[in-house]
Design a binder for this molecule. Structure first.
Ligand code: NAD
Ligand code: UDP
Length: 317
């Protein structure tokens, strides 16, 4: 049985990935310090005989029990990911993508494991090339409010390639574009959760800026499928994983309003600093390399997410 050390397992993406890997026959040890993740995300699979959870901060020294084991894969998904969450944890965000990545790469070199790094479309910053192919180097403000996340991930990617080139550690790097779905934290401050919960509560939908900025929204099962396919291919990446369907935030609010009729009017708020004006993945490489493309469109994905929020989050609150 192949053994995976998965950081960020109690988070939104990490919990879906853990569940999929268990279903595919992997043994998974999930590590998380629960700073933005939630133990409720583990309930679907925590009693699986091939799963174990270790609560630990991966920016600090890893627990001895994790350092002395044999791993096939170390998959690094731990990091605050929504702008309000990383704004609130600037140093921790830099550390988990810097020091945390370095410690895990060292462990890979020692344990003979392959490393999988969850990077982000934010490495492209406020992109001047549209859509964004992997060969685009980006337009990032190195000292702006988003730099803790953007530069943290860019440094994490650089570390991956340094360990690959100098120590031969096998690596896979993905750049994830805005992803949504069940198990997102309703309080994470992203546009999907903010607008869906505002609509469910009959409140006005908050639009930052004029709402003409664009994003491309990927449903979580498509991301997980891309990740699993990439594990089976000998290629370092980076590979973009995202849904190329592009929407202005005003269009996105319109979709939420159609789905949840209790939604209030729009209310306009100031645009946060360095908020990218446009974002859309070029997924040509993922198509060729992984024979992958997203299957779930925005309407269907929002419906599935709403079902989950209605059944779980609303009842629990
Ligand atoms: P999330 O906040 O739901 O999950 C991240 C998890 O990492 C949380 O459970 C958190 O508690 C844990 N964590 C953070 N710092 C840690 C530390 N020092 N030690 C141990 N655990 C720690 O976010 P997510 O949306 O699931 O994102 C998962 C990964 O994917 C992140 O690396 C993120 O940067 C990346 N990503 C996500 C998106 C997206 O749209 N969701 C887009 C691009 C990249
Ligand atoms: N946004 C918005 N209203 C909200 C939350 C976010 O208009 O309540 C905007 C935000 O300014 C950004 C876009 O929606 O332009 C996507 O924001 P999110 O935080 O989801 O992701 P990111 O900016 O990291 O792509």
């Amino acid at each position: 049985m192949k053994r995976v050390l998965l950081t960020g397992a109690a988070g939104f993406v990490g919990s879906h990935l853990a569940e999929r890997l268990l279903n595919d026959g992997f043994e998974v040890v999930g590590v998380d310090n629960l700073c933005t993740g939630r133990s409720v995300n583990l309930t679907a699979f925590e009693s699986h005989p091939a799963f174990r959870f270790v609560q630990a901060d991966v920016s600090m020294d890893l627990p001895e029990e994790l350092q002395s084991q044999k791993w096939d894969w170390i998959m690094h998904f731990a990091s605050p990911a929504s702008p309000p969450k990383y704004d609130a944890r600037p140093i921790e965000t830099l550390l988990v993508n810097g020091e945390g990545t370095r410690k895990l790469l060292d462990l890979c070199a020692k344990a003979g494991a392959s490393f999988f790094f969850a990077s982000t479309s934010e490495v492209y910053g406020d992109p001047l090339v549209h859509p964004q192919p992997e060969g685009y180097w980006g337009n990032v403000n190195p000292i702006g409010v988003r730099s803790i996340y953007d530069e943290g991930k860019r440094y994490g990617e650089a570390l991956c390639f340094a360990y690959h080139r100098s120590k031969g550690v096998p690596i896979r790097v993905i750049r994830i574009f805005n992803t949504y779905g069940p198990r997102m934290d309703p309080e994470d401050g992203r546009v999907v959760t903010n607008l869906m919960f505002q609509a469910l509560r009959g409140q006005a939908l908050t639009i930052y800026g004029d709402g003409r900025q664009t994003r491309s929204f990927q449903y979580v099962s498509d991301l997980v499928e891309g990740i699993v396919r990439f594990m089976g291919v000998d290629h370092t990446g980076p590979v973009n994983l995202g849904n190329p369907g592009e929407f202005t935030i005003l269009e996105f609010a319109g979709k939420v309003g159609q789905l949840i009729p209790s939604a209030g009017d729009l209310v306009f708020k100031p645009l946060p600093g360095d908020d990218p004006k446009q974002r859309k993945p070029d997924i040509t490489l993922a198509g060729k390399l992984l024979d992958w493309s997203p299957r779930v469109d925005l309407e269907e994905g929002l419906r599935l997410t709403l079902d989950y929020f209605k059944n779980r989050e609303i009842k629990e609150s």
